[in-house]
Design a protein around this ligand. Structure first.
Ligand code: URA
Length: 234
C-alpha cells in the first residue's frame, strides 16, 4: 500500500495531510525518514508519523484474549452486558471473535479482523482440537471417562472421539481436561451432562498449539508470527 494511503487509512488524518507529513520529513519507515509519496509499505514495515507508530485500519491483527466469566462472545449486546469487544477496545482495528465461548465459560478466545482465517478455523473440515479444563460435580468414574473418549449422544448428535484426562478427583468434584474437535453449541457441558456430571466451571486453555499460558484474565496478547503461520497452515 502507498505510504500516504497507509497513513490516511489509519484514521489520523486526510490523504492531503499525510502527503504534507511525508513532504515535511515527519514520516519514518523502519526508523528512516521517507519523503517519497508513492513508497510502498510492506507487511512488516514499522511506520511512524510525528514520532508515533501507526497501523493501517485494514492491517491484519491476531490476538488471544483470556475471556472472563460473564462476557458474551459478540461485538455488541442488546442487554448491555460486557462483550469481548470491550477486552480489545484499545486496538483501533475492529476485531471479531473466532467461534464462540459461552457466557459462563472462561479462557482462550482468538480475535482477528482476518475473515479468511476465521472461515478456515471455524469450517468443520479444519476443526482443530480445542482443549478445556472442566470442574464437574461429583465423582467421575473410569467408565464415564471412557464414554466421553469414545463419543456420547448429546441429543441427536454423537460426539466424535475426544481426548480426556482426569486431572484430579476430589470428594465432591473432579477436574477433567478434555479436547474436542467439534464445536456444537454447549458441547462440553452437554457431554458431561450425558454421563451424569454437571459442569460447574469451564475454561478453555488451548486451540491446537495456541495456548493461553499465563495470560491474565481479561487481558490479551498478540499472536506471534509463528502462531499466525501455524493457524494459517491448518
Ligand atoms: N463447550 C461448552 O459447553 N461451552 C463452551 O463455551 C465451549 C465448549
Amino acid at each position: 500500500m502507498r505510504l500516504n494511503k497507509y497513513i490516511a487509512s489509519a484514521g489520523i488524518c486526510s490523504r492531503r495531510k499525510a502527503d504534507e507529513l511525508i513532504e515535511n520529513g515527519n514520516v519514518k519507515v523502519n526508523g528512516a525518514v521517507v519523503k517519497t509519496m508513492g513508497w510502498q509499505v510492506e507487511e512488516d514495515d514499522v511506520v511512524e508519523a510525528n514520532g508515533r507508530v501507526i497501523e493501517a485500519v485494514n492491517k491484519k491483527i491476531y490476538v488471544v484474549v483470556n475471556k472472563p466469566l460473564g462476557y458474551i462472545t459478540s461485538m455488541q449486546d442488546e442487554k448491555d452486558r460486557d462483550t469481548v469487544a470491550d477486552l480489545v477496545a484499545d486496538i483501533p482495528q475492529r476485531l471479531f471473535p473466532v467461534g464462540r465461548l459461552d457466557y459462563n465459560t472462561t479462557g482462550l478466545l482468538i480475535m482477528t479482523n482476518d475473515g479468511e482465517l476465521t472461515q478456515t478455523l471455524t469450517h468443520p473440515r479444519h476443526e482443530v482440537y480445542k482443549t478445556y479444563v472442566a470442574k464437574v460435580a461429583g465423582v467421575i468414574s473410569d467408565s464415564r471417562l471412557a464414554k466421553l473418549r469414545k463419543g456420547v449422544d448429546i441429543g441427536g448428535f454423537v460426539t466424535s472421539p475426544a481426548k480426556v484426562r482426569l486431572v484430579r478427583q476430589m470428594p465432591r468434584h473432579a477436574v477433567v481436561e478434555i479436547s474436542i474437535r467439534e464445536g456444537k453449541n454447549r458441547q462440553v457441558r452437554k457431554m458431561f451432562a450425558a454421563v451424569g456430571n454437571k459442569v460447574q466451571e469451564l475454561h478453555r486453555t488451548a486451540i491446537g498449539e495456541i495456548r493461553l499460558g499465563r495470560l491474565k484474565e481479561g487481558h490479551y496478547r498478540k499472536l506471534t508470527k509463528e502462531e499466525i503461520a501455524y493457524l494459517k497452515g491448518l
